[in-house]
Design a binder for this molecule. Structure first.
Ligand SMILES: [Zn+2]
Length: 163
């Protein structure tokens, strides 16, 4: 959709470079960008100089036309003028990906907040939301795969060795 040259600095070796990135996308539910967002790896980039893998943070807007909703990654409190659209804004790429996954899986923001609260109660780092076999939300955490019951937010470990 829209692309821009963005200046990046590797946090490890301070190598500075320009990279062409999308700044606006339309949600399509398929394709490489979609897969990378669903896998929580969209913002990762490997430095060509020191090979360090790091998370890039730059302004990105994704339009969910059917939901009449815009998901925005931005540090600025000034948001673009978007008539009659629901706007969800976040500052962190990792949160942006989780919200994207929730929207794709039909998880409401309220449910996502509950999932996060449950994870933090159990001291689990939520990394990714996955729908396995249509059994609904599974959350990839730092400790493995966690099953989340959408109604009661009960969590039980499913399979630590998975992935
Ligand atoms: Zn580097």
């Amino acid at each position: 959709m829209k692309k821009r040259m963005i200046e990046m600095i590797c946090p490890n070796c301070r190598h500075s470079f320009y990279i062409l990135k999308d700044t606006m996308l339309l949600y399509e539910g398929k394709g490489t960008d979609h897969e990378r967002l669903m896998n929580s790896e969209y913002f990762f980039h490997q430095c060509q100089k020191c090979l360090n893998l790091f998370e890039m943070n730059y302004p990105l807007l994704i339009r969910f036309t059917r939901k009449n909703l815009c998901l925005i990654l931005s540090d600025s409190s000034q948001l673009p003028d978007l008539d009659n659209q629901t706007v969800i804004r976040t500052r962190k790429p990792a949160d942006f990906e989780l919200i994207y996954q929730a929207l794709d899986l039909g998880i409401t923001i309220k449910e996502l907040v509950e999932i996060r609260e449950e994870c933090s109660r159990q001291d689990i780092g939520l990394k990714q939301l996955i729908d396995v076999d249509g059994s609904k939300i599974l959350a990839m955490s730092t400790n493995g795969l966690i099953r989340i019951n959408r109604v009661s937010s009960d969590l039980g470990r499913v399979d630590e060795s998975n992935r």
